[in-house]
Design a binder for this molecule. Structure first.
Ligand code: SF4
Ligand code: SF4
Ligand code: SF4
Length: 397
């Protein structure tokens, strides 16, 4: 966290990708990080951590597609970063988000050494938008499955992020769970809601989901997981962390429900552009905080960025709307989700859990930061459901 002991950094090793997913929010470029530029970035990040009294750096390596840089590049990057951090008394954790299409056994060593033999990848069920240019989605799924099998055979722990689409809702929670867990053997996955980030296109217009259907799917999937997950050793985010919250256990909620994501993380791309997260850094140039190569220091860049202040102020602005009755957002953005947009977070039972939700979901659907998350209705239903399920668990314990 920027205000805590830990800094979470999403580092885009490259803005290029070997896939061409139709719903991709990134505005891809051919830029990739050189080791020299990486050293400049890390030096400024470590300076910033020293200035803020932070000890732990958590780097999530992404792209574009992170595996377009070779394993040897990461090996050198790993050695250099960890040594530079250790010299300054800092600890670094590395995570890897990849589409896995470029995976080969040549990666096994660096995945073990740098990423704790674990990685995160993406799979949508059914796949409506993920593809390699010139091929259909079935080709992507077959290639992805082959790579996942190879990685698993090498002992790599493969976690999956799955974005819900209308087809997922049609197939239903039971079939979805069975496919992922029983047929594909995936035991650690997270479900995400879609948003039409970045430049508009027809695929992004079709991402809209009915909030009632979406809430029903989430609650049914949570129930299936509560029934079968413990025996099968299955984790599903965000259900597992919500149960932790409602059972008063330590929890680690996704950033969409953080107190303020501006206090939690930043993203830097290979051009040095600094932004809130990977959803913004290439997609919305007007919301870039600044350039790490052009600034004197990262602390000053973050402190003086007007763009960043808009993120930092958003939760309080949402509450002010409720006090003044000036709810913002006309629902004129892309991919509308039907929901009451007025600034009513202050009256919400789950304000302390949700804080108004995710800025990029809001901006991409409402064309403003100053509205609550368009998935509000889903969140309220899910929070209520998990709270009830937790209270029954609590009684049973
Ligand atoms: S969604 Fe990810 S894998 Fe697909 S094109 Fe975009 S960056 Fe590449
Ligand atoms: S904009 Fe949304 S996805 Fe990005 S860091 Fe904030 S909460 Fe997370
Ligand atoms: S659930 Fe809805 S009303 Fe409650 S805090 Fe989140 S966005 Fe605001």
């Amino acid at each position: 966290m920027i205000n805590g002991n830990q800094l979470s950094l999403i580092l885009l090793a490259t803005n290029a990708c070997n896939a061409a997913c139709e719903y991709c929010f990134e505005d891809k470029t051919s830029d990739s990080l050189s080791l020299e530029r990486l050293q400049l970035i890390i030096a400024k990040v470590l300076d910033h951590m020293a200035a803020q009294g932070m000890r732990v750096l958590s780097i999530n390596w992404q792209g574009g597609e992170a595996m377009l840089l070779p394993p040897d590049w990461y090996r050198e990057a790993h050695a250099w970063i960890d040594e530079a951090a250790a010299r300054r008394g800092k600890v670094v954790h590395h995570g890897l988000q990849t589409n896995l299409l470029a995976y080969s056994p040549a990666w096994n060593g660096v995945i073990a050494e740098m990423f704790g033999n674990s990685l995160s990848t993406s799979l949508d069920v059914p796949n409506r938008h993920r593809r390699v240019a010139g091929h259909d989605t079935a080709h992507y799924d077959a290639l992805w499955s082959r790579k996942v099998t190879m990685a698993r055979e090498a002992g790599i722990d493969v976690k999956v992020i799955s974005v819900i689409n209308p087809g997922t809702l049609e197939m239903g929670a039971e079939r979805f769970y069975t496919h992922l867990v029983d047929e594909l053997g995936i035991t650690d996955f997270q479900i995400n809601t879609p948003f039409p980030g970045g430049a508009d296109n027809p695929a992004k217009q079709s991402l809209t989901l009915d909030p009632t259907d979406l809430a029903r799917f989430h609650c049914e999937l949570a129930d299936i997981w509560l029934e079968r997950g413990p025996e099968q050793d299955v984790s599903i985010g965000p259900f597992d962390q919500l149960m932790n919250v409602f059972l008063d256990r330590d929890s680690c909620l996704p950033c969409i429900w953080s107190k303020n994501c501006a206090d939690e993380l930043i993203a830097i791309d290979p051009r040095g552009e600094v932004a809130q997260c990977d959803c913004w850094v290439t997609s919305y140039p007007g919301y870039v905080f600044g350039n790490v190569f052009e600034c004197e220091n990262l602390t000053g860049l973050l402190q003086h960025s007007r763009a960043r202040r808009q993120f930092a102020d958003r939760p309080m602005q949402l509450l002010k709307q409720a006090w003044t009755g000036s709810g913002s957002g006309s629902g004129s953005g892309k991919g509308n989700v039907q929901a009451d947009e007025s600034g009513d977070c202050i009256a919400c039972d789950y304000l302390a859990l949700c804080h108004g939700g995710c800025p990029v979901r809001t901006y991409s659907m409402r064309s403003t930061l100053l509205a609550k998350d368009p998935y509000c209705a889903l969140y309220q239903s899910l929070f209520r459901h998990m709270e009830q399920r937790a209270s029954h668990c609590g009684l049973a314990q």
